[in-house]
Design a protein around this ligand. Structure first.
Ligand SMILES: [Zn+2]
Length: 82
């Protein structure tokens, strides 16, 4: 697996991400998108963007997990203020 690229997998179920829409695994640059936890295609796209932003921020050392989630949340809603 190329560690310089994000690899996105889609699942119909997952034991480890059962209640999540998506999970990002920094060790392998892999994201899982759990399809049944979405309402529509737009939600799936939003999850892919969300997990991609985790990938983009993977080398930020001064940002903890909660801060990263807040940054991503704000980025995904930023278009409403443009
Ligand atoms: Zn997240």
């Amino acid at each position: 697996m190329n560690m310089d690229n994000l690899h996105v997998d889609f699942r119909t179920h997952s034991r480890s991400c059962r209640d999540d829409r998506g999970c990002y695994f920094e060790e392998t640059n892999r994201a899982l998108v759990i399809l049944p936890n979405h309402e529509c295609v737009d939600d799936i796209i939003a999850t892919i963007v969300h997990e991609s932003l985790h990938f983009c921020m993977r080398e930020e050392e001064n940002v903890d997990e909660e801060m990263e989630e807040e940054i991503i949340f704000r980025m995904q809603w930023a278009y409403l203020s443009i």
